[in-house]
Write a protein that binds this ligand. Sequence first.
Ligand code: NMN
Length: 266
Amino acid sequence: KWKGEGTTQNLESISIGRCYDYIRVVNPAVGEKNCSELWEAFINAFINKDPCNILPQDFELFFKLSLHPIPADKSLFWENNQLLVNSFSDRARRYMTLGDTLFGFFGDFLNWCGKENSTGLDYESCPTAAECENNAVDAFWRMASMTYAQHSSGVVHVLLNGSAEGGAYPVRGFFADYEIPYLQRDKISQIVIWVVDDIEGPNIDSCGYNTVQILEDRLKALGYDVTCTDNYEPVMFLLCLDNPDHSKCTLSSFPVLCSHRSLPSG
Ligand code: NMN
């Protein structure tokens, strides 16, 4: 019926299992959460409803129940580099992306939708964003992004892909539309932008150019202290793990490492 993929098989087991994994193993600091209650709040947002008429507010109870503090200075926003960001954040050990919060972890990489006049899930197909904007998956991630942005504090980070077609900062997207407007100015001391190109990719965007300039100007106009760094070395190290022989990955490409060679020995 719809053009998109259907609900992920075993969704209930996966989500409830992820919830326990998160509160028991990944991040026990969030304290006790009722994972079956979370599941109920989650599906009640969209079952037995028109799958094209689900709004972010329908997930309000789910987000209220799953909310936990996001440590200051640990927020990491991103566009066009989900897998890189996942390894960089290291499941909340280094940074806490939306996917590393309990609510993001619960739904990450899964798909879901209901059916009108039925309490079942639709495993055959789900509406794509093109078919209808107000589908259950997009409504969930809109609320997730707004909640995550509202609870971010201190130094917040953004990792963008300088090789992305159409620019590192999509001027329409989750970050632009559902995160930036919900950041709390008085809780945020600085916004750090990192623009990292793919190892083999073109250098389309950089700090001070094209869409990155648009982003810097937008954030400054909102009153934020903004810094921007191209090809931030710690992220380059990660990319170089998979491309050790590339010229961008030789020791001499990393001035920080090379500077030690000029120190007097002994
Ligand atoms: O999915 P895109 O449009 O690239 O959005 C990325 C941004 O929006 C990130 O800043 C992230 O916080 C948020 N987001 C994350 C997920 C996810 O973790 N699966 C999904 C949708 C939006």
